[in-house]
Write a protein that binds this ligand. Sequence first.
Ligand code: UD1
Length: 333
Amino acid sequence: MQKVLVTGGTGYIGSHTVVELLNSGYDVDIVDNLSNSKIEVINAIEKITNKRPNFHKLDLLDKTSLDSLIDNNHYVFVLHFAGLKAVGESVEKPLLYYRTNLDSTINIIEAMLVYGVNNFVFSSSATVYGQQESPECIESMQTGSGITNPYGRTKYMIEEMLKDVHIAHPDFSATLLRYFNPIGNHPSGLIGEDPNGIPNNIMPVIMRVATGKIKELSIYGNDYDTPDGTCRRDYIHVVDLAKGHLAAMQHAKPGISVYNLGTGKPTSVLELLAAFETAAGRKMPHIFAPRRSGDVAEMWANPNLANQELNWHTDLTIADAMRDTLKFLESQR
Ligand code: UD1
């Protein structure tokens, strides 16, 4: 059985990917420091898959423990999800973000090079596209200019770092997966997005409005040059996103490969809210608020490269994501 290491495997996207990995017959080791996830996720993963991933509570900044884990196992792949990801916090605490996201990645790559593990899959983000002339993002576009926050810049810097590592160590290969906007959760409702603290992203906010923890959704801007005036994004069901990682592993090739993981279809904030309201069967309180600084009017993926080279397509809809979100909310009660 092929063994893989998943950093951040109890987190939102990591846990969904672990489910798909276990269902496909991989032996999975998770490392996570549980700074933004809960240990109960391991039980939930076992309930869904009937398999229990190995769990190591470990901080990736603890180089000694990380080295000995990688030394003592024969991983065929390392999937790196762990990292800080709150955009607003990254503006307030840039050094925390640079220290955590960059050092942890350097520690893993150094250990991989020492112990001969050559296949890396990195959780990158559409944020690396920054400001572009066209809202449809293609992998060949120039990245890095117009990124509005330190979090986004850590993703960009890590992408560049991986390219340099490959030049110096040609046996080292990495797949950079640029996620668009993940939403939804496993249809069992047993795992999902449950961020600590005040959420930034739209779905966790809508979920808190639904449960009454937040009074109303503030829609940031309704005067954008878009069909209904609100921003448009490419919302992708997290189960489709998780499956993209398996496709990337199955089609991994030497060198650095980059893929957008998105649906290719834009959805506005008002459309997203309406989809949630339809699934929930009730209206959600919302107001129009000023634009949020750093937001672009619209962006979506051109997913052709992943469609063709990875033979990966999205199957699930926004309605599926909303149904699954409601199931997750019920299971949290
Ligand atoms: C954000 C980050 C991106 C990160 C991604 C992680 C920015 C500029 N980008 O993307 O770097 O990779 O999260 O998922 O922060 N919205 C509201 N009200 C809310 C929250 C959001 O109207 O309370 C709107 C936003 O204006 C935006 C859309 O919902 O149009 C999606 O926002 P969000 O979920 O934060 O994702 P992005 O900003 O696209």
